[in-house]
Design a binder for this molecule. Structure first.
Ligand code: MOS
Length: 765
């Protein structure tokens, strides 16, 4: 049989969980009203480096309502990444550090960086300001907060190193990056390529420390029942939490259930397990009651990771006609003194444009700050700011239109991997985007366009993000009433997972979307990867699709072999399904419904569970989504204030399952990119080593008044290679290149090149 008439995929279906969310019925991690709940509050270090010499907890312990005060003096001994976890053999989703973000399936011996133990309160050593040094549990939140202020902590303090620029002399070459990219990538002859150039640019670009700001702060509610632990956790990755907590507490993963039915935003910080989740579990064990722990907005700045500052020297060489002769991208980012996380900032550089001569290097600097982590489009997001700014500088040096420069360097295939593109719509995105944006109205001369006393600028940049897919499983049940239930551990972090899985299941089963119910966000369901790397739709969607096909095959088999069925003897290709009714293609009166088949066979349900793994054939292609970003800015020449007045993004991202939720992802990414361009920066006070602006009053994210009319659309792209549904994923590409497009527009408006984000008024005056 062919696929049933495709009706739901590609339609702008409203979010199926929308009503639950707007009515408040959707429960988030801190909203489960459990009986006898106790409240936990974190206590954090007030120095960045040194040792705790004493913690006096006596006043806190005597404070009203206090149930427990846990510090390194009385915390249980936990596994450390060095000692390994309690369960290193039981997992079927073991993936290596190298492929954890790449979508490649696991290989032996590797360790998933997102499943390593997360030890907390294990010693008196302080590695960064805001490190957890205790947790106070009390009857009420207020009592816990008050008691937490009563701890008397004394330290032996050492001078911390917290600013990367001041410590570049200590940079080192890391062993590996998070993804399968070596710290150094080289091809051809970089010096020769630069020498052969008619025109060169050589500049250093910097991006600041940035912090994830999901609306819902991280939170965990922990409940023990005997040896069984249930965690309601604000997480992008329930199976990862299960595994990591098991490894840390040295208990079997089967004893842990993790629930994240709804997540109020996740931009990477909710992918790994955080110390507070472990502390909630320990606290609940100690007080023998359910414990709720919510990370405050202020604590979010020290407790859940951040995007590292980066410094990137880019050298480009080109012939007069714009043909690139060399690309060099030398990167420094920071990591912490106790863990390694080196962002793969140069990941897109080797494959983006056509050049034989290339150098990309990554170096790290260890600082007394929390460990950086993944944040929406980790790698591409800071990397493409620098690279695409440099491309704009090169276009001006060549007196060439910046779009034309990119078109002249369009590679026929991925020169780094030596593979053909599964599909690549960069040129088409620029063509359609430029037309839609009105690029031809742009006078290329900087400072030439005005609106009254304001300077107007238009800028553009390339966007790209890899197409990933991870092994995922799913279970589908078809019920006697003809409705279907879909189960998998997957999370919906606001992207629309519930909705697009509903559409996929509806089409695969040939039933209306109203008859599909999707349940996700629970380790009781079949195992899946977390929501990250833009692989959710491709991974979960492929699993749901194939589970539906398996269920459908079971039912069709029952009918075809049954003398009582009007479908008896029909072949698969002879049948079609519409609205839950299977019929002969030749004679549509000859047919019956799912309900009739199940009823005749006395079945309440037919179900199938599958594990779906990426296709080997896909490895023969280089798979990425591409897009073109366009910004218009208005700059006040006296005050240096920049407003983005228009933004347009055009993308080729394979099949778009739901144009409404996909567009929403693009717009969200663009807004986050505008934040990166103009607002976001966490400042470290090197004297004390703390993030100064650790609140939403001083860490600026865009608000409504900062955001212009944004347009985003997808070019038609049919990719037969990436996965059976042709999905590339849209969670991250929206942010990539946005900051460069804005910076390029600011240069066009003012003639000033800002190479250091964010672009604040002081830098323009
Ligand atoms: Mo995304 S940074 O992979 O959650």
């Amino acid at each position: 049989m062919n696929d049933p008439t495709n009706k739901a995929i590609g339609k702008p279906l409203d979010r199926v969980d929308g009503r639950l969310k707007v009515t408040g019925a959707a429960r988030y991690a801190a909203e489960f009203p459990l009986k006898n709940m106790a409240h936990a509050v974190l206590v954090q270090s007030a120095i960045a480096k040194g040792r705790i010499t004493n913690i006096d907890t006596s006043a806190a312990q005597k404070s009203p309502g206090v149930l427990a005060v846990i510090t390194h003096l009385n915390a249980p001994k936990l596994a450390s990444p060095q000692s390994g976890g309690g369960d290193s053999s039981g997992g079927d989703a073991q993936v290596t550090a190298a492929n954890a973000q790449s979508g490649e399936s696991g290989s032996a011996g590797g360790e998933n960086p997102f499943e390593k133990p997360v030890p907390v309160l294990q010693s008196d050593q302080i590695n960064f300001y805001g490190q957890h040094i205790g947790v106070v549990v009390a009857e009420t939140l207020e009592q816990a907060r008050h008691a937490a202020t009563l701890l008397r902590v004394t330290y032996r303090e050492e001078r911390p190193a917290t600013v990367m620029a001041a410590n570049l002399a200590n940079a080192y070459k890391p062993q590996s990056l998070l993804i399968p990219l070596k710290p150094d990538t080289q091809r051809g002859d970089i010096q020769g390529g630069l020498k052969a150039a008619d025109v060169q640019v050589d500049h250093t670009y910097t991006t600041p420390n940035e912090h994830h700001q999901p609306m819902e702060a991280h939170a965990t509610t922990a409940v023990w029942d005997g040896g069984q632990l249930t965690l309601y956790d604000s997480s992008q990755n329930v199976n990862g939490v299960q595994k990591t907590v098991a490894n840390t507490l040295r208990i079997p993963p089967e004893n842990i259930r993790v629930i994240a039915s709804f997540v109020g935003g996740g931009f990477g910080s909710k992918y790994p397990v955080r110390g507070h989740t472990i502390l909630a579990a320990i606290a609940a064990q100690q007080v023998k009651r359910p414990v709720k722990l919510v990370v405050t907005r202020e604590q979010m700045f020290t407790s859940v990771g951040f995007r590292s500052h980066s410094s990137q020297r880019i050298r480009l060489g080109a012939k007069k006609d714009g043909k690139l002769t060399a690309i060099s991208h030398e990167i420094h980012t920071q990591t912490s003194v106790f863990e390694e996380f080196i962002e793969h900032v140069g990941v897109a550089t080797p494959m983006l444009y056509d050049t034989q001569n290339l150098l990309v290097t990554h170096r790290g600097v260890r600082l007394n700050l929390p460990t950086p982590t993944i944040m929406r489009a980790p790698g591409e997001s800071p990397g493409m700011f620098a690279f695409e700014s440099a491309m704009d500088e090169l276009a001006y040096a060549l007196k060439l239109d910046p779009i034309e420069l990119r078109l002249r360097n369009e590679p026929e295939r991925d020169l780094e991997k030596g593979l053909p593109w599964s599909s690549r719509s960069l040129v088409e995105s620029f063509r359609q985007g430029a037309k839609s944006f009105g690029w031809e109205r742009r006078n290329p001369e900087p400072r030439s366009m005005r609106d009254g006393r304001y300077l107007i600028g238009m800028g553009t940049a390339t966007a790209t993000y890899p197409t990933n897919r991870m092994p995922s499983s799913a279970k589908v049940r078809l019920l006697a009433d003809g409705s279907a239930q879909v189960y998998l551990a997957a999370t919906d972090i606001g992207t629309g997972t519930y909705t697009m899985l509903t559409q996929i299941a509806a089409d695969a089963l040939g039933i209306p979307t109203e008859r599909v119910r999707v349940e996700i966000g629970d380790t009781k369901m079949p195992r899946t990867p977390g929501s990250g790397g833009s692989w959710g739709a491709a991974s979960y969607g492929s699993a749901v699709q194939s589970a539906c096909v398996a269920v459908r095959a079971k039912i069709l088999g029952m009918a075809r072999l049954d003398p009582r069925s009007p479908l008896k003897g029909l072949s698969n290709v002879g049948m079609d399904i519409r609205e839950g009714r299977i019929f002969s293609k030749r004679d549509s009166s000859r047919g019956e419904t799912y309900q009739e088949i199940l009823a005749r066979n006395n079945l309440k349900v037919t179900e199938a569970e599958v594990e779906s793994t990426p296709d080997e054939a896909a490895k023969k292609y280089s798979m990425h989504a591409f897009g073109a970003q366009f910004a218009q800015v208005r700059v006040d020449p006296d005050l240096g204030m920049v407003r983005v007045t228009r933004f347009l993004g055009t993308y080729g991202a394979g099949r778009i399952l739901n144009p409404k939720t996909a567009r929403s992802q693009m717009i969200g990414g663009i807004i986050m990119g505008i934040g990166m361009a103009l607002h976001e920066e966490t400042v470290v006070d090197d004297r004390y080593g703390h993030f100064v602006n650790h609140n939403l009053g001083e860490y600026h994210v865009p608000v409504h008044a900062d955001i212009p009319a944004i347009e985003a659309f997808f070019v038609k792209e049919n990719d037969p290679h990436v996965n059976p549904l042709g999905i590339k994923g849209v969670g991250e590409i929206g942010i990539v290149g946005v900051a460069a497009a804005v910076a390029n527009a600011v240069y066009h408006a003012t003639g000033k090149r800002i190479r250091d984000l964010p672009i604040t008024p002081d830098k323009l005056l």
